[in-house]
Design a protein around this ligand. Structure first.
Ligand code: TYD
Length: 136
């Protein structure tokens, strides 16, 4: 399973959402980061990961995530704090801010490692075609 849109359980009276090991699909996570201060229509991302597993959620605002496995592309809206998107290895992603100052949070299975990034789209397609992620 490389991509999965999830709804987090929420505890009522206002809402309290919890992301833990069992809902994240990434096992225990080693890193959490968040992206903010981004203007509407800015697109970030443009990369895939060799091994990293991530779950992304947007606690404030709305971010559209385009995911591409090299064959098909799908768009997901993270437009509610209860939605989370699991993104496995070998998935090219582009994140578009639909509302200025939306906050995008990510929990990641590993610490930051630039060597885990594939930032060239043609190289990504070549790796897909060579079956680099076929075991996932
Ligand atoms: P990147 O993952 O490319 O962000 P985005 O996909 O949102 O454009 O990271 C942007 C920069 O931040 C890049 O130079 C690497 C650095 N960075 C870290 O130093 N540590 C981290 O945990 C992350 C996610 C990025």
């Amino acid at each position: 399973m490389l991509i999965k849109l999830k709804t987090f359980d929420s505890i009522n009276d206002g809402y309290l959402s919890v992301i833990n090991e069992s809902v994240s699909n990434i096992g225990s996570f080693k890193r959490i980061y968040y992206i903010y201060g981004v203007s509407k229509n800015v697109t970030r991302g443009h990369h895939a990961h060799l091994n990293l597993k991530q779950i992304a959620w947007c606690p404030h605002g709305s971010v559209e995530i385009l995911l591409d496995n090299g064959v098909t592309k799908n768009k997901f809206s993270l437009d509610s704090p209860e939605k989370g998107l699991y993104i496995g290895p070998g998935i090219w992603r582009e994140m578009k801010w639909l509302i200025t100052d939306s906050v995008l949070c990510v929990a990641a299975s590993e610490l930051y490692d630039e060597n885990d990034y594939v930032r060239d789209y043609d190289k990504f397609l070549q790796m897909v075609n060579e079956g680099y992620w076929s075991g996932n």
